[in-house]
Design a protein around this ligand. Structure first.
Ligand SMILES: Nc1nc2c(c(=O)[nH]1)N[C@H]1C(S)=C(S)[C@@H](COP(=O)(O)OP(=O)(O)OC[C@H]3O[C@@H](n4cnc5c(=O)[nH]c(N)nc54)[C@H](O)[C@@H]3O)O[C@H]1N2
Ligand SMILES: Nc1nc2c(c(=O)[nH]1)N[C@H]1C(S)=C(S)[C@@H](COP(=O)(O)OP(=O)(O)OC[C@H]3O[C@@H](n4cnc5c(=O)[nH]c(N)nc54)[C@H](O)[C@@H]3O)O[C@H]1N2
Ligand code: SF4
Ligand SMILES: [Mo]
Length: 683
């Protein structure tokens, strides 16, 4: 046995980025533990985090570039792969124009630095077509929060007196927060979960509400009406720092407790119990809105109205409330200002202009139509890294057809995936333990720097993009010799060196947290909030300028309004602790514990269908059907008539039956959590 070294770095088996102590022996990762001193995760890891040691060492991990030939994939050298890919990209751009190439970054490399590198690259080679998992994740809520606050405030859970988990299963999906939420609860903080499923978050809640899917907006408006009726809102804060209150007050009037009960299924006593908690715990309120709201037809507006409550109670930028944190201020990699390419008609920007305008995000669902129809113009090449849309995008059938039709598909990944199978070239990627990267813990105003703790000789994302850019004549945009030099440039404007950050593995606090910055700004005559009006916006002239309602009006989900031929409502994507979207089914200890996809249903529905746990059913939506094993839940856990399937399974790929035509008009997000289906037993 060699000497064991402990390296302090950060887990990226999911997007939470916990601190980890990585045990390395003879150049090999042998064990991963939680890092005690980490500001957010505080010594905790989850099963995915500790399984990282297995995952990066799996024998099936990609180690050599693959090229598709008539006889299937063959291994080739990296230089050859890079040369050939660049040549084919160049040929496509010459024949069809620069915009015929797109890039797509997935959740596997997350956000921040790696995302910005892909954004930089695509503009550097003259195309506006940047795609990512964020046309089904995060951006809908980002738009919702930013329309109201001009930022997405961070929850100060540690000091909160009321934590509202709204359409989110935080203990599973954001497990580092558990440490902070437990601290708040130990100090007497109350915990509320509003969720269509009695999930892990509900189990530890003081109050649990179970609305009908997609009706959260009506519930939030009902809360607002009641707060106004009881004159419990913070008038001083509202008068000084918000716009649109009179419109909000008028609109809230029709959301009586009776209407809310009929619309959402939430009993009046429960609505009142929620309102009373908001009143008794104000202003130390923190709320997190999850994908439960975002993956609905009215996701952006349901998010907006849920966040209005924090503003009405003055829970903004105070200790124990929603913090308007300050950034670290690094250099920016994206080139959207330097090389604006909007005139080249980014894919989807005409249909969903707000997400392009606010996030520079092109639409992945529209991309499939563009590839298949060559409208509005041909899309012929795609460079995709760290995503597996064959399992994760709505209308996965179209993804497969479209990707087969491309002249060039390059996939960079750790493992062979269902998407990589369709590629012309598959490139092995360096993992999170093989690169150096800046991460942020924004609620604590901390920055950390991850470390290359092992080396398999595999190419990282920076070297990949630099190599392609140089071959395509855009090398000047990637002048840094390597990732470390890039990171030095990134921190330059902050005056804080990489060495300094490295000295604080638990998180380097770049600026002390201060509260009520809006007051100070107002005194200086500056904008209090980063919105067009400089105030918190209940009504947004900006969103109205695109033809949407200025106020976050409620729209009844179509599955409730329409007389349709489907008996069940399918929600998808409720997170499971062990898996991450399409990932980790190849980790033996994880797969053993949870080997198969399941459809979760109410006992009444199971009885009507004549099935018990373990039986198989056929689930049919408007676009297709799949077969899957049944899991019957406790009657408290789910509404009769609602069923749930978590995505990411190859053999029961729920995105093959996921339509792409029910979409939030503002974000363009598909309604991943409201799919009408029928179910029958397979005998
Ligand atoms: N273990 C694990 N963790 C993950 C992920 C993973 O795949 N696995 N994915 C990560 C990613 S990329 C993301 S974006 C986050 C997402 O994080 P979350 O949004 O917290 O995701 P979930 O845990 O699925 O919680 C969504 C909840 O919404 C509920 N829901 C569905 N429809 C409705 C509705 O109409 N109204 C209400 N109120 N609730 C509804 C579901 O029952 C579910 O409990 O999780 C991240 N964390
Ligand atoms: N029906 C339904 N569909 C959904 C959702 C839902 O709730 N319901 N949720 C949606 C959400 S919120 C999201 S975020 C998306 C996620 O969708 P995707 O972005 O497709 O995420 P993953 O399936 O996790 O794929 C990530 C890939 O990255 C690879 N990878 C991991 N680390 C690295 C690395 O360091 N470098 C490289 N190059 N590759 C790496 C992994 O091996 C994996 O193949 O799914 C969405 N799809
Ligand atoms: S929650 Fe688990 S998988 Fe995610 S970063 Fe933390 S330890 Fe890693
Ligand atoms: Mo996500």
């Amino acid at each position: 046995m060699g000497e064991r070294k402990i390296e302090k770095t950060y887990c990226r088996m999911c997007g939470t980025i916990c601190g980890i102590d990585v045990h390395v022996e003879d150049g090999k990762v042998v064990e991963i533990e939680g890092m005690e001193e980490h500001v957010a995760s505080r010594g905790r890891t989850c099963i995915k985090g500790s399984s990282g040691a297995t995952w990066i060492n799996l024998p099936q991990r990609l180690k050599k570039p693959l090229k598709k030939t008539e006889n299937g994939f063959v291994e080739i050298e990296l230089e050859q792969a890079m040369d050939e890919i660049a040549e084919r990209m160049q040929a496509i751009q010459e024949q069809y124009g620069k915009r015929a190439i797109g890039v797509w970054k997935g959740e596997g490399i997350g956000f921040c630095q790696q995302e910005e590198l892909y954004r930089r690259f695509i503009h550097a080679i003259g195309s506006p077509n940047y795609f990512s998992n964020d046309t089904q994740c995060y951006a809908g809520r980002y738009i919702g929060f930013n329309l109201v606050y001009g930022t997405w405030p961070a929850a100060d859970y540690d000091n909160s007196k009321l934590i509202v988990n709204w359409g989110t299963n935080a203990p599973v999906a954001h497990s580092d927060w558990t440490q902070q939420m437990n601290k708040a609860r130990a100090n007497g903080g109350k915990f509320v979960t509003i969720d269509t499923k009695y999930n892990e978050s509900a189990r530890i809640s003081d109050l649990y509400l179970q609305p009908k899917p997609g009706t959260d907006g009506a519930l939030a408006w009902g809360v607002i009406r009641e707060l106004i009726v009881r004159d419990a809102v913070n008038h001083d804060f509202i008068n000084k720092y918000t716009v649109g209150y009179e419109d909000l007050k008028a609109y809230a009037q029709s959301f009586t407790p009776e209407f809310v009960e009929a619309e959402t299924g939430i009993k009046q006593e429960q609505l009142f119990a929620l309102v009373e908690l908001f009143i008794s715990q104000a202003p130390h309120i923190t709320s997190w809105v999850g994908t439960g709201l975002e993956h609905q037809e009215n996701g952006v507006n349901n998010t907006r109205v849920a966040t209005y409550i924090d503003a009405l109670m003055g829970a903004i930028d105070i200790k124990g409330g929603m913090l308007c944190t300050e950034g670290f201020g690094p250099s920016h990699l994206e080139l959207n200002d330097e090389i604006p390419l909007k005139h080249l008609e980014p894919i989807g920007a005409d249909k969903h202009p707000v997400i392009y305008d606010m996030r520079g995000e092109c639409d992945t669902l529209t991309l499939m139509d563009a590839i298949l129809t060559e409208e509005p113009y041909p899309m012929k090449g795609l460079i995709l890294s760290a995503a597996n849309p064959v399992l994760t995008n709505a209308r996965a059938d179209k993804v497969i057809d479209a990707f087969k039709q491309l002249d060039l598909l390059v996939v960079k990944d750790i493992m062979m995936t269902e998407t990589a199978e369709l590629a012309d070239y598959v490139l092995p990627a360096a993992s999170y333990l093989e690169r150096e990267e800046l991460h942020y813990q924004s609620a604590f105003q901390c920055v950390t720097l991850s470390k290359k703790v092992v080396d398999f000789g595999l190419q990282n994302e920076y070297d990949f993009l630099k190599g392609l850019a140089e071959r395509l004549g855009a090398g000047k945009y990637f002048p840094w010799a390597d990732e470390h030099a890039l990171n030095e440039w990134l921190v330059e404007p902050t005056g804080v060196s990489l060495e300094t950050i490295r000295q604080y593995p638990g998180g380097y606090n770049y600026k002390p947290i201060t509260y009520k910055k809006y007051e100070v700004k107002a005194q200086k005559g500056e904008k209090s909030f980063n919105t067009p009006s400089g105030k918190i916006e209940f009504t947004s002239e900006y969103v109205a300028s695109f033809g949407y309602d200025a106020l976050a009006v409620y729209k009844r989900p179509r599955y409730l309004a329409e007389d349709n031929a489907f008996k069940y409502l399918l929600m998808t994507g409720a997170r499971k602790h062990m898996y991450f979207h399409g990932r980790y089914r190849d980790i033996p200890q994880i797969n053993k514990a949870c080997p198969e996809a399941e459809i979760e249903m109410h006992p009444v529905d199971a009885q009507a269908l004549g099935v018990v746990t373990g039986d198989r059913v056929r689930v049919t939506s408007r676009i297709g059907s799949l077969e899957i094993k049944v899991l019957v839940l406790h009657e408290k856990e789910i509404h009769p008539g609602s069923v749930q399937i978590t995505h990411g399974w190859k053999n029961a790929n729920v995105n093959l039956i996921m339509p792409d035509d029910r979409r939030d008009p503002i974000s363009g997000f598909p309604a991943l959590k409201s799919v009408e289906v029928n179910i029958e037993k397979i005998s």
